[in-house]
Design a protein. Structure first.
Lengths: 332, 87
C-alpha cells in the first residue's frame, strides 16, 4: 500500500448537495439521480468564501476552496509550524472545467475569442484549479492534478501520499472537485478535501484523528475482458491484491458503473468474502471521495472502498479508524 | 450598446459597471481611487475592464492604453473623448 501507517487524516471537508457525513458512510444502493436545480443554487459562495474574491472562479474552484477551508479548519492549527514549501496538494477531477469549456465554446462561436472573459479564461486549463488552491493556502511543496476517469480523486490521494512518503512534504491536502456537466445531475457537483499529516504532529495538539487511509490502483484493459479467460485472469489478479491471507476482508463499499471492468472488480471483491454495499459511481470523480470521507468520519472499524469504471481504472482505499474510536470515543 | 457618456447618470452607470467588474461596492470606485493600490486590480482584471468597455460602449482600449489608466476618472475621460469623437 502507498502510505505509511504514521500518516493520519486530521481534516475532512465536504461540499456537496448530498446529505450529512453519516449518510455518506451508509449510502443507498442506487445512485442519486435527482434532476439538476438551477446551476449551483445549493452552494452559497458568499457565505462560504466571503463576499469578494470568487466572482470569476468557476463553480468547481469555489467548491474546492470551501472544502479545503473546511478540512484545514477541521485539522486545527495544522499549518502552523509547517513551512509553505513543506505543504503539498493533490487534486482529482474529471469535469471541473467541462461546463466552462462549453460556455467558452458558445462565446467563441457567437462573439469570437475576443468575447471571452479574461479573468475566467485561465481556468481553461484544468491545472488552474489546483494551482489556485495552492496559492490560496500556500501549499508549495508540490501540486499535482489527476484526471483519470472516475478514480481521479482516489488517485490524487494515492499520488499525494506517495509524495509525502517520499519526503517531499510534511502535510498533504488531497481533494476532488467537480462541476456537473451540462445536463448532468447536481449531485455530481461538489468537492471533498482531506488533510493528511504525521501522527506525531497530530498528537501534539488537540485535534481529532479521523483515521488512516491507504490507496492503490490498477488498470484492467477493457479489451482483456472480451474473453472469459481474460475476465478470469483480471479477477484473479484483483483478488490477489484485495485478499489478505489469514485476515477477514473488511466491509467493502463498491462505487461502480455498469461496465465489464466494474463487474470483474465486483466479482473480485465478492471472492474475498467481504460484506458488500454498492452504489453507482455517477459522473466524475466525486462519488468515491464522498464515500471515503464518510468512512473516515464515522466507520468504527477497518473498511474498504473499491471503485471501477469502464475505461479500465480500478482504485481501492482502505481506511482504519484510530483505535480509540472502537469504544466510541474520538481520539485526540 | 450605450450611445452617450456625457451626463452624470452615464458616469454613474459607468461607475456601477466598473464596480461590478472589480467585485467591489460602487462607493469604493471613487474618481481618484487607484486601480492597483486601492482596488487590487491586476492585469487580468484590467483586461476584463477593456473587454467590457468594448462590449458595452463599443470603445476599444489597447493594452498599452489600459496601463496608463490608473483611476476611474481617467477611464471616464477616455470613454467620453472616444464617444465624442465617434459621434
Amino acid at each position: 500500500m502507498s502510505a505509511p501507517a504514521d500518516l493520519v487524516v486530521t481534516g475532512i471537508g465536504v461540499v456537496s448537495p448530498l446529505a450529512a457525513m453519516a449518510a455518506l458512510a451508509a449510502p443507498p444502493r442506487a445512485g442519486n439521480a435527482a434532476p439538476a436545480p438551477a446551476a449551483d443554487a445549493w452552494f452559497d459562495a458568499d457565505a462560504r468564501l466571503g463576499p469578494r474574491g470568487h466572482k470569476y472562479l468557476p463553480p468547481a474552484a469555489r467548491y474546492l476552496l470551501a472544502a479545503a477551508g473546511d478540512a484545514l479548519a477541521d485539522a486545527g492549527d495544522c499549518l502552523a509550524g509547517i513551512p509553505e514549501e513543506r505543504r503539498g496538494a493533490a487534486v482529482g477531477t474529471n469535469h471541473a472545467v467541462a461546463a466552462l469549456h462549453a460556455r467558452m465554446d458558445r462565446t467563441v462561436i457567437s462573439e469570437g475569442a475576443d468575447g471571452l472573459s479574461p479573468a475566467t479564461a485561465p481556468f481553461f486549463s484544468v491545472n488552474l484549479f489546483g494551482s489556485h488552491l495552492s496559492g490560496r493556502f500556500a501549499l508549495k511543496a508540490f501540486n499535482v492534478t489527476v484526471t483519470s476517469p472516475g478514480v481521479a480523486g482516489l488517485e490524487a490521494v494515492q499520488m499525494g501520499l506517495r509524495a509525502v512518503t517520499a519526503g517531499r512534504s510534511a502535510l498533504l491536502l488531497a481533494a476532488a472537485t467537480e462541476e456537473a456537466r451540462e445536463g448532468g445531475t447536481h449531485t455530481d457537483s461538489g468537492a471533498v478535501a482531506l488533510v493528511f499529516e504525521r501522527r506525531q504532529a497530530a498528537t501534539a495538539r488537540p485535534v481529532r484523528r479521523h483515521g488512516s487511509c491507504r490507496v492503490r490502483s490498477a488498470f484492467v484493459p477493457p479489451s482483456l475482458l472480451r474473453e472469459a479467460s481474460g475476465r478470469a485472469q483480471a479477477r484473479d489478479r484483483l483478488v490477489a491484491h484485495l485478499a489478505e491471507p489469514g485476515a477477514d476482508a473488511p466491509p467493502t463499499h463498491l462505487v461502480l458503473d455498469d461496465s465489464p471492468v466494474a463487474a470483474v472488480a465486483a466479482q473480485a471483491v465478492g471472492a474475498t468474502g467481504a460484506a458488500v454495499t454498492y452504489e453507482a459511481v455517477g459522473s466524475g470523480s466525486l462519488r468515491p471521495m464522498l464515500r471515503l470521507a464518510g468512512l473516515l468520519a464515522v466507520a468504527r472499524g477497518p473498511a474498504r472502498l473499491v471503485s471501477a469504471i469502464a475505461q479500465g481504472h480500478v482504485a481501492w482505499a482502505e481506511t482504519r479508524p484510530e483505535d480509540a474510536r472502537a469504544d466510541g470515543s474520538a481520539p485526540c | 450598446m450605450t450611445d452617450g457618456i456625457d451626463c452624470a447618470s452615464d458616469k454613474e452607470e459607468l461607475r456601477d459597471t466598473i464596480a461590478e467588474i472589480l467585485d467591489v461596492p460602487t462607493s469604493e470606485v471613487t474618481d481618484s481611487a487607484h486601480f492597483v493600490d486601492d482596488l487590487d486590480v491586476d492585469s487580468l482584471l484590467a483586461l476584463e475592464i477593456a473587454v467590457v468597455l468594448e462590449k458595452k460602449y463599443g470603445v476599444q482600449v489597447a493594452e498599452s492604453e489600459m496601463k496608463r489608466l490608473t483611476c476611474f476618472q481617467q477611464v471616464y475621460e477616455l470613454l467620453r473623448s472616444r464617444r465624442g469623437r465617434a459621434s
